[in-house]
Design a protein around this ligand. Structure first.
Ligand SMILES: [Zn+2]
Length: 339
């Protein structure tokens, strides 16, 4: 049998633990026991995925996020030192759907042979359901990657994470399974609160004009209409001609609010708002969790509640159910979120 990286690390640790435990050495049974207790090393990419993984993993494994919060995850190039993180990985979770190809390639090149590398989004969505549009044109080959902004897909992400962890670390299967069950219950409650609160938006008002469109799958599931996005597919600010077209569109459709992005601040929204009378909300977030690591709202649940409340209130609805939701994590979040 080949020793896994995890096994090697455990054997290095074992003598130290034995000495402190009983002062004896060479106890093979105890070594084996300790080996099975070496925590998995998990690497993930964007913060919402790190948070979903953390909810299931709790304090039983080590999780390192590698895409800093508040950066453009679509163009993120991992710095060279991330190779060393990948070299230590037992499991790597990436979103897939072409979101973080350079990070995925770095994992493929550097992770140990027996590491499991999972493109979570590719596992849950068949290619026939990929969405392409103005923001993510088919000719560029990159579909909308933001499945996690839709709770029904986030629940599927959690299933993939659970299956992967149980296969890799069967000793903690019961713990992971219980956390998964609790997480699915909270994600389902979030989905129900969203459905209930979005019904308070005046008729015909579930229209999204965003700066950075992270809601294509969400819109499909929850009956919203993405009327456009300000940001072109190259992630630059739009050209004057494009801004003029958007201004016409906002006037024509009587769009009341334009939703900007925390991750992609842009003065263009102010200009469109000034010329059309539409308001702009510039704080939607697609992968930047609210607050700081350790804050109760710094989680996937906190992120999505924040975005839904911002959208629904912005469009004239009320958010009684979302406000009452318990959005706390189901397990201690010990993941490392680079800022
Ligand atoms: Zn995005």
């Amino acid at each position: 049998m080949t020793l896994t990286r995890r096994g090697r690390a455990a054997l290095v640790l074992a003598p130290l633990l034995l000495v402190s435990a009983c002062g004896s050495s060479g106890d093979d049974a105890t070594s084996a026991e300790v080996a099975s207790e070496a925590p998995l090393r998990i690497v993930s990419t964007v913060a919402p995925i790190t948070s979903i993984v953390a909810n299931i993993v709790g304090d039983r494994a080590q999780i390192t996020g590698v895409v800093p919060e508040g950066t453009n995850s679509h163009t993120f190039e991992p710095p060279p030192q991330i190779s060393a993180v990948m070299e230590q990985a037992d499991v790597v979770f990436v979103n897939g759907l072409q979101l973080e190809e350079p990070t995925f390639e770095l994992a493929e090149e550097n992770a140990p042979e027996d590491a499991t590398i999972v493109k979570v989004g590719d596992e849950v969505l068949p290619e026939s359901d990929y969405i392409y549009d103005f923001s993510f044109p088919k000719e560029d080959g990159k579909p909308h990657p933001h499945l996690w902004t839709d709770p029904t897909h986030a629940i599927k992400y959690a299933e993939v994470v659970l299956k992967t962890l149980v296969a890799k670390d069967p000793d903690n299967a019961d713990y992971y399974t219980a956390n998964h069950k609790a997480f699915v219950a909270k994600a389902t409650a979030l989905s129900e609160a969203l459905t209930s609160d979005q019904a308070t938006i005046p008729a015909g008002g579930k229209q999204l004009l965003t700066y950075h469109d992270a809601y294509a799958y969400f819109a499909k599931t929850y009956g919203w209409q993405v009327v456009g996005a300000v940001q072109p597919s190259n992630f630059e600010d739009p050209q004057p001609k494009e801004i003029a077209r958007i201004i016409d569109q906002v006037r024509e459709r009587k769009v009341p609010v334009i939703f900007g992005s925390e991750v992609f601040p842009s003065a263009v929204l102010e200009q469109i708002a000034a010329e059309t009378g539409a308001r702009y909300e510039d704080t939607l977030r697609d992968d930047d969790l609210p607050g700081k690591p350790g804050d109760p709202q710094h989680s996937w649940l906190g992120l999505m509640r924040y975005d839904y409340v911002t959208m629904i209130k912005g469009l004239g609805g009320t958010t009684k159910a979302l406000d009452a939701l318990d959005a706390s994590d189901v397990a201690p979040d010990t993941a490392d979120y680079p800022q």
